[in-house]
Design a protein around this ligand. Structure first.
Ligand code: CMP
Length: 139
């Protein structure tokens, strides 16, 4: 059945001008754009978005990075698009993400761990519903 996923082009990807390339790949794959926004996220939003990572060693640095500048948030739609976008994105660590994926083609290690990995995609229908509620409360 058709589902929705929350996609973020993180501040590193946004600053590098990769929003269009990410959206191009999403559309080329056949998913539809349902909502699209450019914004600078507040630490409060990011604490909600990353609630499951609260307390982990990388959490504060992650919130600081993610609130450091503008990003693009999108809701996409299509059959199995949650899994499908995670496949498009590739592994969390861009050094190890396979060529052909967004992170594998466009990402690398910049000496700051695996934080700057260009995109985020929801990991389950439950996460997608929760995350869409944070970034697009009007939906
Ligand atoms: P994302 O899929 O958005 O979910 C959690 C994010 O934390 C991850 O992408 C990375 O940007 C970031 N992160 C930073 N360090 C780590 C780490 N050691 N393990 C996993 N994620 C990390």
């Amino acid at each position: 059945t058709s589902e929705r996923s929350l996609v973020l082009v993180k501040p590193d990807g946004f600053a590098r001008g990769l929003t269009g390339e990410v959206l191009r790949r999403i559309e080329a794959k056949g998913y539809r754009l349902v909502a699209l926004s450019v914004l600078t996220a507040s630490p409060e939003m990011l604490h909600r978005h990353y609630a499951e990572h609260e307390g982990k060693p990388f959490f504060e640095a992650l919130v600081e990075f993610m609130s450091s500048g503008p990003l693009t948030a999108a809701v996409i739609e299509g059959e199995r698009c949650i899994e499908g976008f995670r496949s498009l994105a590739g592994a969390t660590d861009p050094t190890l993400a396979p060529p052909g994926s967004i992170r594998g083609d466009l990402g690398r290690d910049w000496g700051e761990g695996v934080q700057k990995n260009i995109v985020h995609g929801s990991d389950s229908p439950e996460s997608a519903a929760r995350e869409i509620g944070i970034w697009f409360p009007q939906l």
